[in-house]
Every structure is written in structure tokens, then in C-alpha cells.
Design a protein around this ligand. Structure first.
Ligand SMILES: *[C@@H]1O[C@H](CO)[C@@H](O)[C@H](O)[C@H]1NC(C)=O
Length: 275
């Protein structure tokens, strides 16, 4: 039996060839463009995460895991007397001493022209603002998570009222009322005493921090830094309206809603201009 081979005219063959050629060019083109963006124009985002009252680098263990699994570079720091830093907190008398590890990091540990995404939780917001004043050219975006956000630190009585949280005892149940019980226990085991008087001395001069884009992530059921306090600080030193987000969590979405928080951090990082 004779089987007829399908007949392809020369014209059709030429069109097919052209089609595959164009496909190849567009695939190669897309990948070079992406490689270029990753390697030179937009390097992989580097998150620097700063803990709050009594916390430490460990406070970010869930977020760090999620961001690293997604391929981001992540740095978590212990401020003075926090986490596994062996300074006795009774010897920390100034905010500058407390925040020295973050300032040293910016001064020494970044590559030339490198910019980071700086994230502060709770009192970590004071550290973020301090660094924004001093290293605005090294910060792509500053993200405050249920954090103290005061442009000049604690200057007036109203600043104290707005920016100092309630119930800061480490692992206190009211701070973590929507968090897994394991995390309440972990926090009660790892929290260190807070040099609160030193923190209240946080004062920042000038307008340097205004050069940094700020994002605020509010926590709706927060009994520690209450929503009214967060709103007052946002009103006083407002980020762009589209840069204010709300999570339906307690004071610590780092452990009570890590998937949503890390997703939001990635979303913000994707919306930054890289240079
Ligand atoms: C820290 O210093 C205080 C005052 O000197 C002392 O009472 C306390 O035992 C010290 N804490 C630790 C963990 O060494």
C-alpha cells in the first residue's frame, strides 16, 4: 500500500522556518534581558531585618526561612544586648550604643553602591529611622512593621505616647495573642531585658530620612503598639498613601502570619526601582 507523505509547499516551509526563527530570537532575547536585570541593573534584593523590644535576630526565623527559600539575600542582626550579643543591657545607656550593630553594618558590610531593603519590627522602627538619616543612599526602601516611626525620635511627650508600646515583657501573652503557643514559649525563653531608658533617648536630627521611601505595615489587632498609636505616627510623618498596608494580626505577624507578611515584603521589594 502506498502511503502519501504529507505535502508541504515551499511557501509553508519558509513561513514555518521564519516562525521558529522569531520564536528563538524572542526566547534568547527575553533571557538575556532578564539576566542583565538580575546581574547589573537590578541585583537580587537584600533584606536587612531589625528586631523589636527584647527580640533578636531569632525573631525573624520564619520570615528569614521564607525569603531565603524564595532566593533573596537576608541579614538578621542582634542589636546591643539582644539575642546572642553578650552585652549586659544594664550597661547600655544611650540609643546610639543600642543601635551600634546596625550602624556598623551599614558602614562596613555593604558592597559599593549596594542598597538594601531595611525592615524594622516594633522598636526596630527607631533603628530603621536612625539608619535612614545616616545612610539614605544605601536604603532602597524602609519598611516599618507595627513599628515606631518618628522622624526625629522621642522629642515631645506626644512622641512618647505615640511611639512607646504597652506590655513589652518578652513573650507576654497579650503581645502574641494570635500567635502559635510554641512561639509564645520560644519568646519567653529567648527574650532579653530591654534597655528602655536608652531607647527613649532616641533623637535624630535633620531631614536625611525623607530621602528614603517608607512603607508602613499596620497590625489591626495589636495590643502592644496600638492601632491608634500607629495611625498617629502615620499621620505625623506620612508615607505615600499607597505605601500603607494593614495585616489582621497581633503585634507580631513575624510569627502569627509569616506567609502574608513575607509575601508583602516581596511585593514591596518588587515595586522598588533598583537604582
Ligand atoms: C547585669 O548587670 C547587673 C548590674 O551590674 C547585674 O545585677 C546582673 O546580674 C547582670 N546580668 C547578667 C546576666 O550578667
Amino acid at each position: 500500500m502506498k502511503v502519501e507523505a504529507p505535502r508541504v509547499s515551499q511557501g509553508t516551509a519558509l513561513i514555518l522556518l521564519l516562525f521558529f526563527f522569531l520564536l528563538l530570537v524572542s526566547v534568547l532575547g527575553a533571557s538575556t534581558d532578564r539576566d542583565l536585570r538580575m546581574s547589573t541593573r537590578c541585583p537580587k534584593p537584600h533584606f536587612v531585618l531589625v528586631h523589636g523590644y527584647g527580640g533578636g535576630a531569632w525573631s525573624w526565623y520564619k520570615i528569614r526561612c521564607l525569603l531565603e527559600a524564595s532566593g533573596y539575600e537576608v541579614t538578621c542582626l542582634d542589636l546591643k544586648g539582644a539575642g546572642i550579643d553578650n552585652t549586659n543591657s544594664t550597661t547600655i545607656h544611650t540609643f546610639d550604643a543600642y543601635n551600634q550593630p546596625l550602624i556598623n553594618f551599614f558602614a562596613r558590610n555593604l558592597r559599593d553602591n549596594e542598597k538594601v531593603i531595611l525592615v524594622g519590627h516594633s522598636a526596630g522602627g527607631l533603628s530603621v529611622t536612625d539608619a535612614s538619616h545616616k545612610f539614605s543612599n544605601k536604603i532602597q526602601v524602609a519598611i516599618y512593621v507595627a513599628a515606631t516611626m518618628l522622624k526625629h525620635g522621642f522629642v515631645t511627650d506626644q512622641d512618647i505616647k505615640d511611639g512607646v508600646p504597652h506590655n513589652i515583657a518578652g513573650g507576654s501573652k497579650s503581645q502574641l495573642h494570635m500567635s502559635p503557643q510554641e512561639d509564645v514559649v520560644l519568646a519567653s525563653m529567648l527574650s532579653r531585658p530591654v534597655p528602655l531608658e536608652a531607647l527613649k533617648q532616641a533623637r535624630f536630627r535633620g531631614d536625611g530620612a525623607d530621602r528614603v521611601r517608607r512603607v508602613y505595615i499596620k497590625t489591626k489587632y495589636d495590643h502592644t503598639l496600638k492601632p491608634e498609636q500607629q495611625d498617629a505616627m502615620i499621620k505625623k510623618w506620612p508615607p505615600a498613601p499607597s505605601d500603607v498596608f494593614v495585616l489582621n494580626t497581633d503585634h507580631n505577624p513575624l510569627v502569627s502570619d509569616p506567609f502574608v507578611l513575607s509575601g508583602l515584603l516581596v511585593k514591596v521589594s518588587a515595586s522598588t526601582e533598583c537604582n
